[in-house]
Design a protein around this ligand. Sequence first.
Ligand SMILES: Cc1cc2nc3c(=O)[nH]c(=O)nc-3n(C[C@H](O)[C@H](O)[C@H](O)COP(=O)(O)O)c2cc1C
Length: 230
Amino acid sequence: MKPVKYVVFCAVTLILLMSFKEAVFSANDIKLPKPAFTGKMSVESAMLKKKSVRHFSKDPLTLEQVSQLLWAANGALPVDAISGATVKTLPSAGGIYPLEIFLLTGSDTVKGLPAGIFQYYAISNSLVQISQGDGRLALAQAALSQLWIASAPAVVVIAASFNKMTAKYGNQGIKYVFMESGSSNQNLFLQAEALGLRIGTVGAFEEGSVSSAIKIPAGVTPLFIVPVGK
Ligand SMILES: Cc1cc2nc3c(=O)[nH]c(=O)nc-3n(C[C@H](O)[C@H](O)[C@H](O)COP(=O)(O)O)c2cc1C
């Protein structure tokens, strides 16, 4: 590569990485399998099958399935080689991408992952464990004791940094964050159906109770609890 092209390439890469404002490299990263960009079910069939369930078998999920679900919820798309635009699997006002995704697992409920609470990083397609041990029951109790949540082998929490959005859009940004969490929730439903998994969604909880139950970082507000399993 010619020196000028190399400098441009490096600068563009740096800007793209910074625009996501995520920790890209970390010693604690658990690298996830690369998500598949094609599947066995059409989007129409996935919509036809879409159904909320509230009980799950004890069968564990694979790391591939979990990776695919997290990518659908808030994953990065391949960088556009011409425009250099970096976008995710859902639209975001001003390209701000305020959502943060967390994953709760139990012991042996996801093959290859210990019991714990993890944060998902889209650019590196990886997880960072933020706490050890099975947090699913505490989460279910914080969600108005909807205990069925704890029976799911994987529980995704869609959360957001409202400040990221309101810093640019003021009060209007609050509405945008709620809109975007709905996109993420729907992506999860369609992806779960396409993988032949079962899924439910929970909005009935008090945000503060859920935040302290699963100790998500300050400034991040939980919006949906999404249990997934078989
Ligand atoms: C914003 C929102 C909040 C919800 N909260 C809960 C909840 O707290 N508990 C629950 O069991 N289901 C919850 N649901 C799921 C709905 O009850 C479910 O989508 C509805 O009954 C329609 O069923 P279907 O999804 O199978 O079509 C929620 C759905 C949405 C969109």
